[in-house]
Structures are given as structure tokens and as C-alpha cells.
Design a protein around this ligand. Sequence first.
Ligand code: PMP
Length: 409
Amino acid sequence: MRGAAEDMEDVFDKRIAPILEKAMGEISDWPYFRALTPKGPGEVTVEGRPSVMAGCNDYLGLACDPRVTEAAAEAVRRYGASCSGSRSLNGTMVLHEELEHRIAAFLERPAALVTTTGFQANLMLTALLERGDTVFSDMSNHASLVDAVRLSPAARRRYRHRDLDHLERLLSAAGPDTAKLIVTDGLFSMEGDVCPLPGLGTLARRHGARLVVDGAHDIGLLGERGRGVAEHFGLMDAVDLQTGTLSKCFGSLGGFVAGPEHIVRFLRYTARPFVFTAAMSPASAAAALAALTVIETEPDRRQRVFNHAERLHNGLRALGYTTSPSVTPVVPVHIGDELLCLRAWQELLDHGVYTNAVIPPGVPSHRSLIRVTAQATHTEEQITRILDAFAAVGRLLRLVPRGAPDDYE
Ligand code: PMP
């Protein structure tokens, strides 16, 4: 195609990561981009194969809740399938306004703005950052926070995961002449651990920094009323700006930022990832509204998902696996080697359990893990099936120490 230019550099001269290329040659059952179909609470088919769903973010089991799906269907009939434009021009509907009021009230923030995805909500932080500012970012933060910082002109300092001493050293070194922003996930998406909010709040105050928490995984789940890590620690005021997603606990699609009125207004008019993209669809907004009502009125869902999480953590540890020290519905099962992780995923699927195989860039190299998630709608029997599969696969692939017990209860 390129004729005479064949011996010249070509931007299309690209390959995916070598580890993926190697694994594709060796793993027959590939863990990524598989077509899934929900088949009732906690069940899914993977291209026709029935499995327990143990790898998703629908922690409260709301994506297929009839109240949520009906609200989405009704919104499509009433408002159409798309808003066909940016929020600032023709894309705002009463559903967005209502959702913004409801989210602000739920999170006890003066104002909120809803976005088309959670990734976009975090990218909007670029609008806050100027040359000369400094951002302090946990090394395990989600890619959307990482990219927000990279796209901004601010200086970037990464602190070791949850390491407050390291953060304090970096804050002190930055000195008083730079405006500072600390950004962190609330509940870390792969490790399942929680940010050290009390310490972050203290450091932010001491060094005059603002604190942004991405509540993608914890809003709806943590805290007595589901208001995330800030409520979990009883520190609603420690967080200056809250971001989040509607694609996990809310069983929908979309994101939000919530915080001071003037900042939300500023972002509404200046954040390019918000201004120059289409509004979240009417179906997504209506589904999120219906889910929020469930989150506000059915606290027992949080109890159920945490009970299942505890059984999974205890059972996996009893089998000899290493999980995370914190018990949350995101249960990482540490494997280490990339190929072994992909094989474990494959064997688990053969044993009727769908999980997430997380390899670089999702985690650092040689820190691959199987991500297992609990859902409020799982039954005890489904949790038993997950643990039985891990018991069998652990023995088969020697993932657990020799002599580890077969029994997990
Ligand atoms: N933040 C975190 C911590 C996430 O895990 C994710 C999604 N995996 C996002 C933001 C992005 O959310 P969304 O999928 O709505 O774009």
C-alpha cells in the first residue's frame, strides 16, 4: 500500500504487549472480550457456557433488577435512545437534572454534574490543573485518574500505594509555592483495599492541598448509607471533590463529580471532556435514578454483599490462597505469573466460574491476580460453587502450598 515509503518509519508499525502475544499462542480459552449474557441473579453464560458470575462490578446486583431495567425501557420510549449532543447544547434532559440533584443530596454535596462515563468524570480534573500546580497520586490509582494528571500541565508526584509517609515527604518537598491536589481511588479496583482517608485528610489540611476521591467502587457499597469511603470513616468533610461512576453499584452507565457549587459550575463550562462529548443516554440516566432509590432504601443489600465477601475471603485463605488484608467485595487472588494467571482463569471457567484475569497493565508485572467479586444477589450455593472451583483449580495447577487443606469452611 505504501509503495516507495516501505522502508520508512510507519505509525501503523505496532504490536500489542509481548506478554499478550505470547499468551495468545499458548492459551486456547482467551479471558478477554468474551461475549457474556446475564442469566438470572449471579449467573451468566460465556458464549453459551453457563457460569457463576464472579467477575463484575455490579456489586449490588442492580443491572438486571426489574425496577432498573423498566425505568430504562420507559425512558427510551419517552425520550428516545440518544440525546444526540453535548449537555451544554441540546443534550440536557430533565432526567440529567433530576439525577444531579439526587446525587448531590445523596452525597451531601452542594452540587453534582453527571457525565457519560466515570472515566470522563475523572478526566475533567484536567480543567482544574494549571502549570505550576502539583498533583500527588497513589501509584495504584485507576487509569482515568492517571490520564487526567498526565493530560494536565501540572507536575506529577506518585506516592507508594497507601503510603502516607511517602506522601508527606513529597508534599513537604513540593514546598508552599505550588497549589496541590491529592487524588486517590476510594476502594482500589484491583486490590480491593481502601484508601487511608483519615491520614490523607490530615495531610491535605497540613499542606494546604485539596483532596479528590474517586468513589467508583465504594459509593453505593461502603458506609452505613452507601455514601462511600467518606461515610465509612465518618469524614464527609475531608473530601473536597468526589468523583464516581454509575456503571458499578448503580448498574447503569455514566459518571459524576460532586462538590462545591462554584467548582461544579466551573467544570460544567470549562472541562473539555465534558463540554465536547454527548450526554449520557436517557436510558442510563433513568436506570441510575431507579438504582439510587434502591441504594437509599435497601441497606440490606450492602449487608448481603459483605457477608458473601467475608465467606469468599475466609474460604480462599483457608484453601491457602493469598487475598487482600481488607475484606471488601473485590477479592484479589494473587497468582503472580501472567501465564499461570491466564491458565487459572481458564480452569475456573471450565469449573463453571467466570472471574477476571488481571495482568499488566492492570497490575504491575509479575503481580497478576484473579479478581473475584461478590454480588448482593449471589446465593450461598453460588458462593460455595466459587470456592469449590478454587479448591479444585488450586490443586490442579498447584496454586496453593502443598499440604493446604481441601476444605474451606
Ligand atoms: N475509576 C475507577 C476506580 C474504575 O475502576 C473505573 C472503571 N473500571 C472508572 C473510574 C471508570 O468508570 P467508567 O467505567 O464508568 O468509565
